[in-house]
Design a protein around this ligand. Structure first.
Ligand SMILES: Cc1cc2nc3c(=O)[nH]c(=O)nc-3n(C[C@H](O)[C@H](O)[C@H](O)COP(=O)(O)OP(=O)(O)OC[C@H]3O[C@@H](n4cnc5c(N)ncnc54)[C@H](O)[C@@H]3O)c2cc1C
Length: 501
């Protein structure tokens, strides 16, 4: 156990961003790095110890989930907020769409007082992330008959087919997705970043270890209190990079006494730094319009599968505009379809539509000082006082219903079915079960003068000299994108600064 007692840098959380941060620190410095992950580590891909459900890119497996619930501890029934607890984090169970967003997203981060995050400055990191994760665009011949019809129909509602969804300057278009899938395998960030470094004696990967809290002395972290497979342990270090994700990172800061003063005191935690930790939680609200398929479509899909075709989720994506849009785009459409079983009557076809510029803001709070206790997560979807989030989403639903009436899609698709067929007006859209898996923002990046900011532009926690956060939680505003590549870019961007330090 002795090697766990000290590392020059400790990276907490071996997820999408954390795997990259640990790797870049080993590659770019002479330091020892300890990467602590709460879930299991199944080793290098070549060792073939990974469970097939995590490798198989055709579905979103639920087996390694934290079990976070929307509204937990509020007394209302909640819904699962999926988050993976395994090395590679959510990149080990996600949909593998490798999407960048719009130039205005990242220029917007800079405009909020975060130099170094403009689209032009991030472009090398996007390219590096794509290259390291071995992203490639799906070819037209690889997509299902359902998605082929969706693609062909897009121009009928003014969405052109485009060559590259990751053109940061193109606002409207549908295309096959860039994905991190290799021969049907979900190529997660553990494979991409850690495999080549396994065996390097400056990198220790410690799975099954849950970080409870950080010990602070003055304005420095001096140690971490962790719960390992053999019980509690103290790890000393000179620097901590927190990569525990949008729910995990604020939870660790709060247990360490860094967060809203009154909230901490109410739980009997000694308040060390009054920062807006756990606030600013937001995600893209989404509605999954549900359709049955015609026998012709189901038979074409079964034929596609029989020929060895792969049915992974986000094979094609459209970015487009609601009637309220004033900049770039504000909607995503990502048609998915699949069977519950291998019988013809079990197929369902979804036309999910998401609002990509949500204003509503929720929160993550502790319910107890116990590191294994549930978190109180309030997603607060569609709660903005002006009702703009719902208006955009409802207009997106109207546009997608119109799209479903256009050929060739209309000739293949069946009826819209329950529950979405019952959404006759905006007010019918439920606010408690809507998400596109992209929560961000709970350790918001911004200047010290911003009372809602938790970290500065380099990811350093305001008021602590050697504590950084580098994951999706620091995004001040969610980009108009699926958030895996953006989270990875956060890891790459901050690592580049840390290796220069
Ligand atoms: C089902 C699903 C599908 C998705 N599909 C896509 C997609 O197709 N494309 C896309 O771009 N995005 C997708 N996303 C979103 C994307 O995967 C996430 O935004 C991204 O992985 C977030 O990265 P992260 O590094 O911030 O956090 P994570 O990847 O969640 O990493 C956090 C890590 O920290 C660990 N951890 C947390 N707390 C502790 C603790 N106390 N001690 C030790 N370790 C801890 C966790 O176990 C985890 O490994 C999807 C997400 C989900 C859940």
């Amino acid at each position: 156990m002795a090697e766990y007692y000290y590392a020059d840098t400790v990276v907490i959380g071996g997820g999408t961003a954390g795997a990259a941060v640990a790797a870049r620190l080993v590659q770019g410095t002479t330091q020892t790095v300890l990467l602590i992950e709460s879930g299991p580590d199944y080793g290098a891909f070549v060792d073939q110890r990974w469970p097939s459900q995590l490798l198989d890119a055709r579905s979103l497996p639920g087996g390694h989930d934290w079990g976070y619930i929307n509204g937990a501890s509020t007394g209302r029934p909640g819904h699962l907020l999926e988050r993976a607890r395994v090395i590679g984090g959510c990149s080990s169970h996600n949909g593998c769409a490798a999407i960048w967003g719009s130039r205005v997203d990242y220029d917007g981060w800079t405009a909020l007082g975060n130099p170094g995050w403009s689209a032009d400055e991030l472009l090398p990191f996007f390219k590096l992330a794509n290259e390291t994760l071995r992203v490639k665009r799906i070819s037209a011949s690889e997509i299902t008959p359902w998605q082929q019809a969706c693609l062909e129909t897009a121009p009928k509602i003014g969405i052109p087919q485009v060559a590259d969804l990751n053109n940061l300057d193109e606002d409207i278009g549908m295309s096959t997705s860039p994905v991190n899938i290799l021969d049907g395998v979900r190529w997660n960030t553990a494979f991409a970043y850690l495999d080549s470094l396994r065996g390097d004696d400056r990198l220790t990967i410690q799975p099954h270890m849950q970080v409870d809290r950080l010990q602070l002395e003055g304005n420095r972290v001096i140690a971490l209190e962790v719960i390992g497979p053999d019980g509690p342990l103290t790890v000393e270090t000179d620097r901590v990079v927190l990569c525990a994700g949008t729910y995990g990172s604020p939870a660790i800061l709060l247990r360490s006494g860094i967060g809203p003063d009154s909230e901490l005191r109410a739980l009997g935690i000694e308040a060390k730094l009054d920062l807006a930790v756990g606030r600013n939680l937001h995600d893209h609200p989404a509605v999954y319009l549900k359709y049955s398929g015609t026998p012709q479509l189901v038979s074409a899909m079964m034929d596609f599968v029989a020929r060895g075709g792969i049915l992974f989720s986000e094979q094609i994506i459209a970015k487009f505009r609601s009637k309220y849009c004033t900049s770039a785009y504000d909607l995503h459409l990502f048609p998915v379809g699949g069977p519950f079983t291998d019988t013809a009557d079990s197929w369902e076809f979804l036309l999910p539509v998401a609002n990509m510029i949500p204003l509503s803001r929720g929160s993550v709070q502790l319910t107890s000082t116990d590191p294994f206790a549930t978190l109180k997560i309030d997603t607060a979807y569609l709660s903005d006082p002006e009702g703009r989030d719902l208006a955009i989403l409802w207009n997106g639903i109207e546009l997608v219903r119109d799209y479903a009436c256009q050929p060739p899609l209309a000739e293949l698709i069946g009826e819209e079915i329950s529950p979405t067929v019952n959404y006759k007006a905006a007010e019918d859209v439920p606010s408690d079960n809507l998400h596109y898996y992209h929560p961000v923002g709970t350790c918001k990046m911004g200047p010290e003068s911003d009372p809602t900011a938790v970290v500065d532009t380099h990811g350093k926690v305001h008021g602590v000299d050697n504590l950084y956060v580098a994951d999706a939680s620091i995004m001040p505003v969610v980009p108009r994108a699926n958030t895996n590549i953006p989270a990875l870019v956060v890891g790459e961007r901050i690592s580049a600064w840390l290796t220069q330090a």
